[in-house]
Write a new protein. Sequence first.
Length: 232
Amino acid sequence: MFDEREGPDIFDYLNEHGLEGLETEPTHDSSVRELEDLLTTYVIHREEDEIEDYEYRYITTVRIYTLIKDCGEMYQKQGEQARDAFLEDVEENPEAAHEMADRIGRYTVGNTVMVIYTLGYELVKDLMGDLLLEILDEDVATETGEQQLQNQIGKYQTRAQLLHHFDLIDSSYLSDITQIRENRRELVHDVERRFDLQMLDSINDLWNIIHVVNHLYEELYGRPAYKFLSEE
């Protein structure tokens, strides 16, 4: 995929400015802001038809990463402030204060979590669709019926199940992909969930989206969109 490029792409652009993008996890807010600024400049100064799908999808991955990072920091900050205030005003045990902090933190970041799951859902769906088109050849299309095949692979969960059938995702990824769909649906259609986030055991569950996106991106394009430092 990347060897067939006609000219410099977004990764070349980042390398020219001394950044490896999200291949190495940014450890400081300044590096994340610098990365986003470069991506914005890249998009603004190029014509729309000059930017490939894999570039747009990489930019979306960065956006999701940044939102999750900001969301976690806001959850912790608001929670800690609520906990300290609660302990100061009321003589309660630490467990009750922790529960109150968690509730305040979830309330604060609820709408951002909805955006994260919406972006993640759409990106995962697109990546799964293109990955399936790479492996479903004409024989399969003829046997199944072209229209029927198109109808089936248009469905998010069917795409996931087919990728699992072809061993491109394991049961763990299939479970996470299903959970992304379920969480997104709850947040979009049930306003109450945006305030309590009961579908999440922990705010850290959001990182499952990045793991899924990264796996699908690498399967489709032959390189990861993101690499954790601990994986080096």
